[in-house]
Design a protein around this ligand. Structure first.
Ligand code: NAI
Length: 478
């Protein structure tokens, strides 16, 4: 006996669970299928983001920041703390509780919105007259067939392993193992100085590890604006992160109690060898389409295994859609959510839309890094004439009062129309400040619009306004 739905969502991460909720809000009969389980066998809804990504990493980033503050950040405020100690077990169990609360929150949201949840793994079985049949292998062993008019594939991504070196989550760690260590490694190696490497490297550095990052590209944080990347490299180096650029890894050899890494640096010179207690491999992620049985129904995948979609996340099959990490575009939870909403609205007869050009990027280090729109290098390459304005946090009253003066805001605007083309921030609360820029760009605001809008004093947001004033060379506080 198969059950019929208007919409079946495969995957309960940010793309999938949001698509399911939005679909239910619009009156669709929705089922969401997700296989992840907690250690106790309960559903672990929320995908990579909730279980082994955004949420636990932010819990540990916050906790480790408090530890670092207690160690050497409070003295300048006149607060004396005697010998702060680390209770890593407590820190980790707090993180686990935060994750559990988020898992349970999604179960609650499904109930509230009348989304049917099936704890299991779904694969395409067949095309039928009015949609698709999915074969579901239940987490508890029971199998069933679900029928749905529409299917949204939201199966996410998996960490990319270094060729020939499997993640054992003991010595060679993906994000999963790197978030679950029960002792601070003495020497921590990280392959890839991208977002995961920098965020998790920062956590373990603050908790006492000696951290070395080995990055293949010659430029640091090449995806960010160059001014911001330079400032970030300075700040991270000062914090004690050892960052080697232009590195070619020759060998990774996990052994008993240590991992040996042989590499060459940018100059292509002699081979170096470093031994680490643990090694994080954070060299990107690959779309997760294994187990979907895509071939059985002819669902088109690209060479990377990603589901091929058009601008509206429609696949080559009628009524089959895909969102989030499993399709093109940045692998970001909020991008997946946007796509999930848009697809649910289209299925319900609306006109959902995602503007990939105004998806913000954030690196949750200290200082935080956030940007939206184009970098100066991208504008130069496209030949677009632009004006640039910057304002440092060292000239912002609130940042000085808080003692967080590292960093700056940089705004890029079209030279002719003054439309904001990009905003790049490194500094305190950059992840929150970037929202103003996202809103402004979504409304196609000019730098003058921001410059003429009242910003509360004293706030960090005044630095955004001052960067807008700087585009027209009329900062008031610099
Ligand atoms: P990433 O793409 O951010 O960084 C990978 C880095 O590894 C790059 O700098 C790359 O040049 C380098 N690399 C690749 N192969 C290498 C090799 N053989 N040797 C040395 N270096 C090598 O990927 P990451 O950090 O693994 O993150 C995975 C995904 O998860 C990304 O798409 C990222 O955007 C997302 N993510 C987002 C977060 C956020 O929004 N705050 C947090 C964590 C992850």
């Amino acid at each position: 006996m198969s059950q019929a739905f208007d919409l079946a969502v495969i995957g309960g991460g940010p793309g999938g669970y949001i698509a399911a909720i939005r679909g239910a809000q619009l009156g669709l009969r929705v089922v969401c299928i997700d296989a992840a389980s907690t250690a106790g066998g309960e559903p672990a809804l929320g995908g990579t983001c909730t279980n082994v990504g955004c949420i636990p990493s932010k819990a540990l980033l916050q906790s480790s920041e408090y530890f670092a503050m207690a160690q050497h950040g409070l003295a300048e405020h006149g607060v004396r703390v005697a010998n702060p100690g680390l209770d890593l077990a407590r820190m980790q169990s707090r993180k686990d509780t935060v994750v559990r609360q988020n898992n349970e929150g999604i179960v609650y949201l499904f109930k509230k919105n009348k989304v049917t949840f099936v704890h299991g793994r779904a694969a395409f079985q067949a095309r039928v007259a009015d949609g698709w049949e999915l074969a579901v292998t239940g987490a508890a062993g029971a199998n069933e067939v679900l029928r749905a008019r529409n299917v949204v594939v939201a199966t996410g991504s998996n960490p990319r392993a270094f060729p020939g070196v499997a993640f054992d989550e003991d010595r060679v760690l993906s994000n999963t193992g790197a978030l679950a260590l029960d002792e601070v490694p003495g020497k921590l190696g990280i392959i890839g100085a991208g977002v995961v490497g920098l965020e998790l490297g920062s956590v373990w550095r603050r908790l006492g590890a000696q951290v070395t990052l080995l990055e293949a590209l010659p430029a640091f944080l090449g995806v960010a604006d160059e001014t911001i990347a330079k400032e970030a490299l300075k700040a991270f180096t000062k914090q004690g992160l050892k960052i080697h650029l232009g590195v070619q890894i020759d060998e990774i050899r996990p052994g008993k109690g240590a991992v040996l890494v042989r590499y060459r640096d940018a100059k292509g010179g002699s081979q170096e060898a470093l031994e680490f207690d643990r090694l994080i491999v954070s060299i990107g992620r690959v779309p997760n389409t294994d187990g979907l049985d895509a071939g059985r129904v002819g669902l088109a995948l690209d060479a990377r295994g990603a589901v091929v979609v058009d601008a509206h996340c429609a696949t080559n099959l009628p009524g089959v859609w895909a969102v989030g990490d499993v399709v093109r575009g940045p692998m970001l939870a909020h991008k997946a959510e946007e796509e999930g909403v848009a697809v649910a609205e289209r299925i319900a007869g609306g006109a959902g839309h995602v503007d990939l050009a105004t998806i913000p990027s954030v690196v949750y280090t200290d200082p935080e890094i956030a940007w939206v729109g184009q970098t100066e290098a991208q504008l130069k390459a496209s030949g677009r004439a632009y004006r640039s304005g910057s304002f440092p946090f060292s000239a912002n009253g609130r940042a000085r009062a808080a003692g967080h003066t590292t960093g700056l805001v940089k705004m890029l605007a079209d030279a002719a129309t003054d439309e904001i083309l990009g905003v790049h921030i490194i500094g305190p609360s950059a992840s929150e400040l970037i929202s103003e820029a996202v809103v402004a760009m979504s409304f196609r605001a000019s730098s003058e619009d921001i410059a003429r809008i009242c910003h509360a004093h004293p706030t960090l947001s005044e630095a955004v306004r001052e960067s807008a004033l700087a585009v027209d060379k009329r900062t008031l506080n610099l």
